[in-house]
Design a protein around this ligand. Structure first.
Ligand SMILES: Cc1cc2nc3c(=O)[nH]c(=O)nc-3n(C[C@H](O)[C@H](O)[C@H](O)COP(=O)(O)OP(=O)(O)OC[C@H]3O[C@@H](n4cnc5c(N)ncnc54)[C@H](O)[C@@H]3O)c2cc1C
Length: 326
């Protein structure tokens, strides 16, 4: 079996940025992942990627991809299901049954957003349904109403932020009071007059059409005498779970608080030869964005390059260290 210099798991911003840098370092690299573009490609319009004042996320990811394809870095349309060290390299098992061997690995497989699991939710993502207030709040400038679902800091911060743009924000929480956000956040929330908090309420139905996307939501308990609210957008801020199954299998250290893969400032994990980048990691704290994921992918590629160079120079797997950095 051929041994690549580098296997990059993922097809999102972190993975493609890593692929770009790895290609330019002339590492023999392969990308694996069955879903092109990651969250950026499905998130709708992006207004905060430097150099691109306004671009559809899918188009932005096509640009990432074209730049990597120019360097002839191949991609395999299958996911990574298992990864183990075998001798001086790693063997990856893919969901289509293939095995791929590589001297080093970058994990850039992101995280899974918790969903409401309502019909049309995924279909209307980017058409009124969002999972990222930081990213999409400005798109609601001058709009009448948006709703936020959730009871943690992200939901409360999201509602406060969106209230700077939309005229009315409904913050919908299924419990009787907030217990998780910091008291100072609750105080700011209470001082934000255009946020209406709907306690002990759940979203029951998303209403709209294929052409318009989301236009209304049905809630479990009437508010102002109405159980259907007209909204321009719904933000689901119910948290996200980093995809750490493979990392755990390999004994990678996770962040004790967030459960994300723990990396140092050069994206090194505790496993020699394995790096991680993007939303999967604890690198950029709560700021999980396309630009931060891309930057981490680039840094991870440099670390992999240094490791592989040292490895090929004859140090071998046991002696080769993570690059001197942290
Ligand atoms: C609705 C929405 C709107 C957003 N808007 C913005 C915005 O305006 N601006 C901004 O900067 N950011 C925005 N974001 C955030 C941004 O999209 C993410 O921070 C960014 O995509 C993270 O990149 P990533 O490569 O780390 O992960 P992802 O983009 O999540 O990519 C992970 C990749 O890994 C793949 N994968 C998963 N499991 C496996 C496996 N086992 N093997 C191989 N591959 C696997 C996935 O299919 C995917 O291709 C938005 C996010 C959402 C959800």
């Amino acid at each position: 079996m051929k041994t690549y210099d580098l296997l990059i798991a993922g097809r999102g911003a972190a993975a493609y940025a890593a692929g770009l840098y790895a290609g330019r370092y002339r590492l023999d690299t392969v990308l694996v992942g069955d879903s092109f573009g990651g969250e950026t490609a499905i998130g709708g319009v992006i207004e905060n990627y430097p150099g691109q004042p306004e671009i559809d996320g899918f188009d932005l990811m096509m640009k990432f991809r074209e730049q990597v394809e120019k360097l002839e870095v191949p991609a395999i349309d299958a996911n990574l299901s298992h990864l183990r060290r075998e001798g001086d390299a790693f063997t990856a098992e893919l969901t289509d049954g293939q095995k791929v061997r590589a001297r080093s690995v970058i994990l850039a497989i992101g995280r899974e957003r918790r969903k409401l699991n309502l019909p049309h939710e995924v279909e209307w993502m980017g058409k009124g349904v969002s999972y990222c207030s930081t990213c999409d709040a400005p798109l609601y400038r001058g709009k009448d109403a948006a709703a936020v679902v959730g009871g943690g800091s992200a939901a409360v911060e999201g509602a406060i932020l969106i209230a700077k743009y939309a005229r009315t924000v409904y913050l919908i929480y299924r419990r009787e009071k907030f217990t998780r956000p910091e008291p100072v956040l609750i105080q700011i929330l209470e001082q934000t007059p255009n946020v209406k908090v709907l306690y002990t309420t759940e979203v029951k139905e998303l209403i709209g059409s294929e052409a318009s996307g989301l236009t209304h939501i049905r809630i479990s308990k009437p508010f102002g005498g109405q159980d259907v609210l007209k909204v321009d957008g719904l933000f689901v801020e119910a948290g996200a779970d980093p995809r750490v199954e493979v990392a755990k299998e390999l004994g990678m250290e996770l962040n004790g608080q967030t459960g994300e893969v723990h990396v140092d400032r050069l994206m090194c994990t505790n496993v020699r030869g394995v790096y991680a980048a993007g939303d999967l990691t604890d690198s950029s704290g709560p700021l999980k964005q396309t630009v931060t994921a891309a930057a981490q992918g680039a840094i991870a590629a440099l670390s992999a390059y240094q490791y592989v160079s040292e490895h090929k120079a004859g140090h071998g797997a046991k002696e080769a260290k993570q690059p001197a950095h942290a």
